[in-house]
Design a protein around this ligand. Structure first.
Ligand SMILES: [Fe+2]
Length: 308
C-alpha cells in the first residue's frame, strides 16, 4: 500500500472511530456538573437546585433511566425541569420511572418542542447552519402527537408546578421562590408579560426551554436574578478547546452550556444556567466533547465566601 492510500485509510478509520464514539460511547457518559450561584440575600443558607433538561427519553434507554434515578441521592431542595422529556410516544412511563423519587420533591417544569412533537428527520447541515427554528421545522403546521397532557398530569399530581406561560410561588422549607415560566420560545409559544420580579420573595427565577434572547432580555430587565433554560444540547458537537458551533437558537455559542451572566443595558446582570441536557433527538443521536449532563446548582448568599 502506498503512502497516499495509507493516509486515506488512516483518515477514514479515524472518522469511523470518531463517529462510533459520538454515537455509541459519549451519549452514555452521563455527568453531574456542579455550580455555585451567589443569588440569595446576604446571610441566607444555601439551596440545592437540581436542573434537568432535554432527557429525550425512549423506553429502551435503561442506562439513562438508572442514572437519573440515582440523582435523588443528591438530596436536592428543588428540581427544575426545562423540557424536551420525550422522544417516543410511549416514553411517559419511562420518564416517570427515571425521575422516580425526584417527583416527591418541590419541582417546577416547562415543556419544549420535544414534549409536543415527535422528532422529524432533518438535514444535519441545516442544523449546523442554525436553520432549525419553528419555520423550518414545520412544527407550527402539525398537531402535537406526543402525550404531553398525560405527562403534565403525572408531574402535577406528584406535586411539581407547571410554569407554562404563568407565574407561581413554590415553598421550599421556610422559603418562598417566585417563578415565571414560558412555553417553548423555539416554537414561538412563549407569552411574555411585563410583570416585575417579586422582590419580596426569597428569590425570583425565570424558566424557559429555549434560551432565546427576547426572553432573557425581558426577564433581566424585569429584575429576575436567576434564569434557567435548556434546548441547546450544549451545541451537541463541540470542538475541543473551542466549544460549541451552534445553539439552535439566537443565543451565542459561547454560552451554549453552563453558568453565565446575561444583562441588557442599564440593568444588573442575571445569572443564567443553560443545561446541555441528558439526551438528544433519535434523529441526531450523537454527542462529541459534550457529555450528557444534569447540574446541581448550589444557590448561595451574595456575601458567601468563595462566590464566583
Ligand atoms: Fe432537546
Amino acid at each position: 500500500m502506498g503512502p497516499l492510500l495509507t493516509t486515506v485509510g488512516a483518515v477514514a478509520a479515524t472518522g469511523v472511530a470518531g463517529l462510533a464514539y459520538s454515537a455509541v460511547v459519549e451519549p452514555r457518559l452521563f455527568t453531574l456538573r456542579r455550580f455555585t450561584v451567589p443569588v440569595l440575600a446576604a446571610g441566607s443558607a444555601p439551596l440545592k437546585v437540581l436542573h434537568l433538561s432535554d432527557t429525550h427519553m425512549t423506553p429502551n434507554q435503561r442506562v439513562k433511566q438508572r442514572w437519573i434515578r440515582g440523582l435523588a441521592d443528591l438530596d436536592p431542595d428543588l428540581v427544575v425541569n426545562t423540557g424536551d422529556n420525550l422522544s417516543h410516544v410511549d416514553a411517559v412511563p419511562s420518564v416517570l420511572r427515571a425521575y422516580g423519587d425526584l417527583l416527591d420533591l418541590p419541582g417546577v417544569f416547562v415543556f419544549g418542542s420535544n414534549d409536543y412533537f415527535s422528532p422529524q428527520r432533518k438535514n444535519p447541515v441545516q442544523y449546523l447552519r442554525g436553520g432549525t427554528g419553528v419555520a423550518s421545522s414545520g412544527a407550527w403546521m402539525r398537531e402535537p402527537n406526543l402525550p404531553f397532557e398525560e405527562m403534565r398530569a403525572a408531574f402535577t399530581e406528584r406535586g411539581w408546578t407547571d410554569l407554562t406561560n404563568r407565574h407561581a410561588d413554590v415553598a421550599v422549607d421556610d422559603r418562598r421562590l417566585a417563578f415565571v415560566g414560558v412555553d417553548d420560545p423555539h416554537l414561538d409559544f412563549d407569552e411574555l408579560d411585563d410583570v416585575p420580579a417579586d422582590r419580596s420573595a426569597d428569590l425570583a427565577i425565570g424558566v424557559a426551554h429555549a434560551p432565546y434572547l427576547r426572553v432573557l432580555d425581558r426577564w433581566n430587565s424585569l429584575g429576575y436574578p436567576l434564569l434557567l433554560a435548556g434546548h441547546t444540547h450544549g451545541g451537541q458537537l463541540r470542538i475541543p478547546f473551542k466549544g460549541a458551533i451552534v445553539t439552535n437558537c439566537d443565543l451565542d455559542p459561547a454560552r451554549a452550556r453552563g453558568l453565565h451572566q446575561h444583562a441588557v443595558d442599564g440593568h444588573d446582570p442575571s445569572w443564567m444556567h443553560v443545561s446541555a441536557g441528558l439526551g438528544s433527538s433519535p434523529v441526531t443521536p450523537v454527542r462529541f466533547a459534550c457529555r450528557p449532563e444534569a447540574a446541581l446548582l448550589t444557590l448561595t448568599a451574595v456575601d458567601s465566601p468563595g462566590s464566583p
